[in-house]
Design a protein around this ligand. Structure first.
Ligand code: BES
Ligand code: ZN
Length: 421
């Protein structure tokens, strides 16, 4: 395990609830089975030993529920856990429900000469089962590329790249194609999104399976059957909003998403950020600063930032314009040094702190700060970069001391923004 090499780190193995402690210069590990927790010697002098495990315990509690997919019963348990923890810390909570439609691929493929090739429906594709001839489109599927062939009533096949999937699909439909296949321009499969509903079925194929088919269609007349099997359902997600009773207008909103993708227990993405936000709330609870902060656990992030979009949509403009900052914590429990990206005034302020955090103006990544930034709220996006277990069943581990370090940095940023240091 890579993390074991970082010997001073406390590693919380969330599958077996085994705690492994490595001590600098003296590699050793202590494993405890069951739910027993060893209290680490905190590196941060301002964190009590009892507090040092709280965020890791929260991560463990959330991960033990299984993947936290928006709209599933697991989210009832996850939200109940968070509500209870905020209550114990002295906060009132509100549940903010919101709904969106979610399209799921139920198994999509094409059949050519009795061979079935599995593909993926692009998000926003129409469902459909149709048989037609296959026409290879030259280049990448610009309007001029479609003008070189007759695709009317046929299924078009084109390579990925250069222009957006939606442009390829628009051009295909405009040229009269009844379906579209997009072949990866790099090894492997890909998933993609067309944006809002398209009226032809669109399937992606791996380069390995798609390229030979594209070449074959250039040489000969082929009849194929395209099956894009998708279902659409309405998902109801729930944001959990916590603040002290009577605090109606915060100056700072601190948040992170608590949902995860299907199949992934989401320890780092994003039980880590959820736990850090909760731990910041516990730290602030008995201080005057708690009068100026709201804490939000967003739902539906993995399906397209639905929780944060709903929050921004439902907030009145004065509430948003009174915010000095929205701090978003996403994937902060393992991996490299903490990074804060976002609004230049806030990244500059982070740069003045004597803390292990680097800053980037502007930003990377799709996460819950984006709808706030679009509404002109100054934002900071805290993360530790892409990790190897991102969106996989192996996203099971966080390091307690990285959660605590992130908590302390977050608290410092809040004090700085609120001018209390
Ligand atoms: N946690 C990720 C964002 C992220 C990625 C943070 C890498 C730090 C490092 C987030 O949950 C996610 O997967 N976002 C999607 C986009 C979103 C709109 C579904 C992404 O980044 O592809
Ligand atoms: Zn995430």
């Amino acid at each position: 395990m890579l993390s074991l090499l970082r010997s001073s780190r406390l590693i919380f193995s969330l599958v077996s609830t085994t705690l492994i402690i490595g001590i600098t210069g003296c590699p050793q590990s202590v494993s405890l089975s069951g739910s027993e927790i060893v209290e680490p010697q905190s590196a941060q002098s301002n964190v009590s030993p009892a507090a040092a495990n709280r965020a890791a315990t929260d991560v463990q509690a959330l991960v033990s529920l299984g993947p936290r997919v928006a709209g599933t019963p697991v989210m009832d348990q996850a939200s109940a856990y968070l509500i209870e923890e905020y209550r114990k810390a002295g906060y009132a909570t509100k549940i903010q429900p919101f709904s969106y439609s979610k399209v799921e691929d139920q198994g999509s493929n094409l059949i050519v000469e009795r061979t079935t090739i599995t593909g993926r429906a692009l998000n926003g594709s129409e469902a459909g089962n149709l048989s037609a001839s296959l026409v290879a489109i030259p280049n990448v599927g610009q309007i001029s590329d479609f003008e070189q062939v007759n695709v009317r009533g046929a299924i078009a096949i084109v390579e990925r790249g250069e222009i957006r999937f939606s442009e390829k699909a628009t051009n295909a439909a405009a040229a009269g194609a009844v379906g579209l296949i997009i072949v990866n321009n790099a090894p492997g499969d890909f998933s993609g999104s067309l944006g809002d509903g398209f009226d032809i079925p669109v399937l992606s194929l791996s380069q390995e399976q798609g390229r030979p088919l594209l070449k074959q269609a250039e040489r000969e007349q082929l009849e194929i059957t395209l099956n894009v099997n998708i279902t659409e359902r309405t998902v109801t997600g729930r944001n959990i909003i916590a603040h002290l009773a009577g605090v109606d207008q915060p100056s700072i909103l601190v948040g992170g998403h608590y949902d995860s993708v299907q199949g992934s227990p989401g320890a780092n993405d994003n039980a880590s950020g959820t736990a850090v936000v909760l731990e910041m709330a516990r730290n602030l609870a008995n201080t005057p600063l708690a009068q100026q902060v709201w804490f939000v656990a967003f739902d539906g992030e993995e399906d397209g930032l639905h929780g944060s979009r709903a929050f921004v949509r439902e907030a009145d403009s004065q509430f948003l314009s009174n915010l000095k900052g929205m701090l978003n914590f996403d994937m902060v429990g393992i991996n490299s040094a903490l990074q804060a990206s976002g609004t230049p005034t806030l990244t500059a302020l982070v740069g003045t702190l004597d803390q292990p955090v680097s800053t980037v103006e502007g930003g990377i990544g799709g996460s819950d700060h984006v709808p706030f930034a679009s509404a002109d709220v100054p934002v900071l996006f805290f993360n530790r970069g892409q990790d190897a277990n991102y969106h996989t069943p192996n996203d099971l581990q966080v390091e307690a001391d990285l959660l605590n370090e992130t908590t302390q940095i977050g608290l410092d940023v809040i004090r700085q923004v609120l001018g209390s240091r």
